[in-house]
Design a protein around this ligand. Structure first.
Ligand SMILES: Nc1nc2c(ncn2[C@@H]2O[C@H](COP(=O)(O)OP(=O)(O)OP(=O)(O)O)[C@@H](O)[C@H]2O)c(=O)[nH]1
Ligand SMILES: [Mg+2]
Length: 372
């Protein structure tokens, strides 16, 4: 990304000179008011720091390869991508499927044109898929041009996207081995609803003994919300007001196969609040912590949340409210960026129906089609 500062007496003028120099794709990263020495003395100026992404057309121009150099593997490219977009590659145990399934070379079929490739690039741009990921997909297409035709390009793109999405399963241990699962995340994303769905499914379908502990004594009505659910569904529920009570509550639930801990929604910027929630979870041995993220949020927002919540060392991501999402690139971006696997998607308010086990093809299709 190219970054540049512009200043002018008005914000409008500063923005205009930014657009003039960097083009319409340039965007404002930050603004501030500065004192500037002018011929008329010290004057207040608006300074904007702007950025412009690398031009995607440059990638597209390369779509038809001129000379074939030894192409780097997808893993190398993703590592490189991670280095640039993500930063932390070392702890990666992020596996990429290099064996992308390609349909056999069709006889007599029309080869894919760069217009058709551009159509998919446009779809990905519209879906707000991050540019390094789009670049990666285009490079993959470039390498496989002889196998791709107008009728299999969509499948190819879906498979390539799907291979970028790690997933994991919710594993319920056998009787006698209790499992404790907590859900953390920003306010109102659907943490409690997700727990209610998982609790109801585990009880009804898996015939497990379930306990729910709420540590959300913060939001007005939070306890009542869970209490009503637990009464209707006949699932035991306890409340911890202090971290020091946690051990005793877990002990009370010693007969349960599965215990869910519902936490208070926390703004990711409020590190004090995050720490408070963490104290509750640190007080007992929690087996798995899931971060709930809403599909309706922007990439920047989700990435910020995913980073700030790393404090909890969460093991997987639940993407909520996919039924309310309009574009789905942000889900893909945050998963690639955080290198945490997706475990569930939730697609509505109905308990327990509206939850889907993670499926990378399903997400890839959502990204391409814009539909669930
Ligand atoms: N459309 C839609 N709504 C959902 C979904 N999941 C939850 N909701 C709704 O979102 C609202 C908030 O859900 P909660 O489960 O209370 O969210 P929370 O994260 O526990 O909220 P706090 O505890 O206040 O931080 C409720 O109206 C839910 O019915 C979903 O997948 N789709
Ligand atoms: Mg809640």
């Amino acid at each position: 990304m190219k970054i540049k500062k512009f200043s002018a007496p008005t914000l409008k003028e500063a923005t205009a000179s930014m657009k003039k120099e960097l083009g319409n794709d340039a965007f404002i990263l930050s603004t501030r008011v500065i004192n500037k020495k002018t011929d008329f003395g010290i004057q207040k100026y608006f300074e904007i720091t702007s950025g412009v992404e690398e031009e995607l057309d440059m990638v597209l121009e390369e779509v038809i390869p001129q000379n074939k150099k030894a192409a780097p593997s997808l893993t190398d490219e993703l590592r490189d991508l991670q280095k640039r977009v993500i930063g932390n590659v070392n702890k990666s145990n992020f596996k990429i499927d290099e064996n992308i399934v390609i349909a056999p070379k069709p006889k007599g079929r029309i080869q894919v044109t760069s217009d058709q490739i551009k159509e998919y690039v446009d779809k990905l741009i519209y879906q707000e898929v991050s540019k390094p990921i789009i670049k990666l997909i285009v490079n993959q297409i470039k390498k496989s041009l002889e196998f791709i035709n107008s009728s299999n390009i969509e499948d190819y793109v879906i498979t390539a996207l799907s291979s970028l999405i790690p997933t994991t399963n919710f594993e319920i241990k056998k009787r006698g081995k209790q499992k404790i699962v907590a859900v953390v995340g920003p306010t109102g994303v659907g943490k409690t609803t997700c727990i209610a769905k998982l609790a109801a499914i585990s009880k009804i379908l898996n015939n497990l003994k379930i306990g729910i502990i709420s540590v959300d004594t913060y939001r007005l009505g939070a306890i009542d919300q869970l209490r009503i659910f637990s009464e209707v569904s006949n699932i035991d529920m306890l409340v911890a007001y202090e971290p020091s009570e946690m051990a005793a509550l877990i002990k009370k639930f010693s007969d349960k196969d599965l215990i869910f801990i519902d936490t208070a929604g926390r703004a990711q910027r409020n590190s004090k609040e995050l720490e408070k929630t963490k104290e509750f979870l640190d007080a007992v041995k929690v087996d798995e912590i899931y971060l709930a993220l809403s599909a309706t949020n922007s990439t920047k927002n989700l990435i910020d949340v995913s980073k700030k919540f790393e404090l909890f060392n969460y093991s997987a991501i639940v993407v909520t409210k996919i039924d309310e999402g309009v574009v789905f690139g942000s889900i893909l971006n945050v998963i690639v960026n955080s290198q945490k696997p997706l475990i569930y998607l939730t697609n509505g308010q109905v308990i327990p129906d509206d939850i889907i086990a993670a499926d990378s093809d399903f997400v890839a299709k959502m990204v391409i089609t814009g539909n669930m």
